[in-house]
Design a protein around this ligand. Sequence first.
Ligand code: FES
Length: 497
Amino acid sequence: MIKVKVLRYHPQKDDESRLETFKVDKKEKMKVLDALNYINENYDAKISYRCSCRAGQCGSCAVKVNGQTVLACKAEIMDGDIIKPLDFDVMKDLIVDRTITDGRVKELELFIDECDTYQCPVNLKPEDYENSKKLRSCIECLSCLSVCPPLKETSEFAGPYFMRYFGKFALDPRDCDERIQNSFDEGLYCCTSCSKCVEVCPKEINTFGGAIEKLRELSCRKGIGPLPPHKLVRELIEKTGRSVEPLGEGFIKAISQKPPSESAELKPKIAFFTGCMIDYRLPEVGFALLDVLKNQGIDVIVPVDQVCCGSPMIRTGQTEIVEDIVKKNAEVFKDYDIILTVCAGCGATLKNDYPKYGVNLNVVEISEFLADNLNIDNMNPVDLKVTYHDPCHLSRGQGIRKEPRKILEKIKGLEFVEMEEPDRCCGSGGGVRSGKPDLAAKIGKRKVDMIKDLDVNAVITICPFCEYHIRDSLKKEGLDIDVLNILKLLQLSYKST
Ligand code: FES
C-alpha cells in the first residue's frame, strides 16, 4: 500500500481547499490516473478529474504531482505523491476552467485564415510541413500555460500555448493573417526564455526555440520588433563587441596586462570564454575563476579578441549579425581543447546555437569541469548557510543541476538548504530585464519570496545575469542576503583561515 494525497475543492460548497490522504494498493507501474480510479472505486471519494484517451493523446488529464506538471495517464504514481490541479481556476477538484483559454483561441481567430485573392496554396508542401511539424503536435493539455513564470505576473502576455499557435500559422503559407504582429501585440517580448514550457510539454514541443525565437526573428525582419532597449544592445555589440558598457577597466584588459602563462605549452589547452557580464560588470568572478583554477594546479588562457557570444541577439530575434559574431569567436577559440564558461547563457549559446552555424567547440561549463575533480585538500571550512538558484540556461539549457550541488557538498562547514523551486526563472533572461523591467522585477520578487524565509547568508548561482537580477530583487525587498557566483564561494574557502 502507498499513501497518496489529493487536493479537494468544490468552490460552490467549500470555503477552502484541503488535502485528503488515501491508501492505494499499488500495482506495478500503476499510473496517477489508475490511482485516482482506484480511490474513487474503493473509497467512494467522488474525486473529479478529466481523462479520455488514457494514452497521452488527448491532453485532458494534465495535473500537478508534487508541483510538477504531468499527464495523469502517463506518470507513474509513487508513495507520498501529492496530486493537485493545474494553476488555473478550479471548477472541482482536479478539473480546471478552460473556458478563458478556449475563449482566447476564438478571439484571436486561431484557425487558418485564407485571404480573398485565391492565391494561398490549398495544401502544404512537404518542406512547409517540416518547418512547423513539431508545433502541430500540441495536445492542448495547457501544461505550458500552467507553469509559465511571466504569465503569472502579467496579462500583457498571452503565454506559450498561444505563441505556439502564432508560430504555427506564421510558418504556414496557407495562412494570411498578421500572426507576427498579433504575437507582438500579445507580449512576444515578455518571454524570459526560461523554457519551462519546453520542459513540461508531454509532446516535447520546443515552444521557445521553435515558435517564440522564430517569431521574434520574423518580427525584426518586418521592423515590428525588437523593443527599443534591445536595439541599443545591438548597437553596442556592433560598436564594441560587448552587450553591456564597462563599469571599470574590464577583466580581459586587466588580465592582458599580465597574461597567465600565454607562452607555456599547456596540455590540454584551456581557454576561458568570459562573456560580456564577467568581462565588464563582474570581473571579480573572472579573478575568482583564475584563483580557483590556480589552486587546482590548472592553467587557463583568456583570449583577448573574444566577443559577445551572440545570445542577446539570438534571444531577441536580431539574428542578422549573429553569423559574424560566431565566426569571430570560432576563429579565436579554434585551437583550444576546452572552452570554459561561467555564464549560463554563454554556455548554452556556444553549446546549442553555434552548431547551427557549423561551429562545434568543446565547451565545458565550470561546474561540469570541477564537480568530479575538485581538490578539496587546501580548502578551509566556510561558515555560511546558503541556497542555490538554478539558472534556466544552465538547468534546462545545458542539463546541469547535480554538478553545482556536488561542489557545494564538498565545501566543509557550509550549510545548504534548497529553496521551494530552485529552477524557477528569476526574470532576467530573454531580454526581459532590459525590455520589460517591471515584469522582470515582478518575477524576481517571486524568487525573493522563496529565499527570504530560508534564513540564509547567501544565494549561490552560476550566471551573472541571475546574480545581478536576484541581488537587485533582494535589495528592493530590503533583504541583506548576498548573491555569489559559486567560484566566489570557492575562492572564499581558499582564503578563509
Ligand atoms: S487521458 Fe488523454 S492524455 Fe491522458
